[in-house]
Design a protein around this ligand. Structure first.
Ligand SMILES: O=c1ccn([C@@H]2O[C@H](COP(=O)(O)O)[C@@H](O)[C@H]2O)c(=O)[nH]1
Length: 281
């Protein structure tokens, strides 16, 4: 099965929520855990026990595992394997991007036969959308997916992503067009393999820039829900006609309910129901 089919089935069955696994030092402290790779493992596995099988996907934030060096990366590998065992899609938020020949190495790491390979990975198109091709090809071959940064949730993103070329097309618009071109070969699937990251905090940017989110035919990973201030109203207004493609993502907003696993599960369920209503599911 392709990533698009698996993700659509998971969103239909469990709702359009992705729970971020972000083991920040402050959260480890609040949970009574040490700021070490062992603390990160205890934190992440508790989140997986609480929400595995309950939500459509989880999204471990690679940076917060990498900060513990090789032992942290080993924990990330364990998270990827555990999510698979719990039948929960895993999007590794690593935001990788490089020249094509090096991109092939990242593709092997996150989309190939490697313990870091989940169901999808986030990619940065700053070296040009075309430089991502080795990863996209490998994702397609492996039935996996990618999420390319398009309109990120942080305010600084606008200085690059809203810039327009001589024809008036914005950087974000060009990324969306390129993704849609690849996804058009997957018209029989619910989604193509190339999703976009579009923050739930971006206001009317997609409309102002003329970015055709509905035309991408890929899933739209929407961080910014919860701690960054976006909620149901923002999800509705940002995504409009494209809302059925949205996988809303929240990390700290849910993780703060821990360490009690049943409180974590309740927080995830509440958020899942809220985003489902907002997105017309
Ligand atoms: O545009 C983007 C892309 C990625 N992120 C990541 O999502 C989570 C958000 O965490 P919260 O605690 O829900 O704010 C984090 O891992 C970011 O690196 C994003 O926020 N915006």
């Amino acid at each position: 099965m392709t990533f698009g089919s698996r993700l659509a089935a998971a969103m239909d069955a469990r709702g359009p929520l992705c729970v971020g696994i972000d083991p920040h030092a402050s959260l480890l402290d609040a949970w009574g855990l040490p700021d070490t790779a062992d603390g990160v493992a205890a934190f992440s596995l508790a989140v997986l026990r609480a929400v595995g099988g309950l939500v459509a996907a989880v999204k471990p934030q690679s940076a917060l595992f990498e900060r513990h060096g090789s032992r942290g990366v080993a924990v990330l590998e364990e998270v990827v394997a555990t999510a698979r065992d719990l039948d929960t899609l895993c999007i590794v938020d690593a935001k990788r991007g490089d020249i094509g020949s090096t991109m092939a190495g990242y593709a092997d790491a996150y989309l190939g036969d490697s313990p870091l390979a989940g169901d999808a990975v986030t990619l940065s198109p700053f070296l040009g959308f075309g430089s991502l091709r080795p990863a996209i090809d490998q994702a397609i071959a492996a039935g996996r997916g990618v999420f390319v940064l398009a309109l990120t949730s942080n305010p600084e993103g606008a200085s690059v992503q809203h810039a327009r070329n001589a024809d008036g097309v914005s950087v974000a618009g060009e990324i969306a067009r390129s993704a849609g071109e690849i996804n058009s070969s997957f018209a029989d699937e619910p989604f193509g393999p190339v999703g976009l990251v579009v923050g739930a905090t971006i206001g009317d940017a997609a409309v102002r820039l003329g970015v055709d989110l509905a035309g991408v035919h890929g899933p739209l990973l929407a961080p910014g829900v919860g701690s960054q201030g976006a909620g149901p109203a923002e999800l509705q207004s940002v995504f409009g006609e494209a809302r059925r493609a949205v996988l809303a993502s929240s990390s700290r907003g849910i993780l703060r309910a821990g360490p009690n696993e049943s409180s974590l599960r309740s927080a995830a369920l509440r958020s899942s129901e809220e985003v489902a209503r907002a997105l017309g599911r």
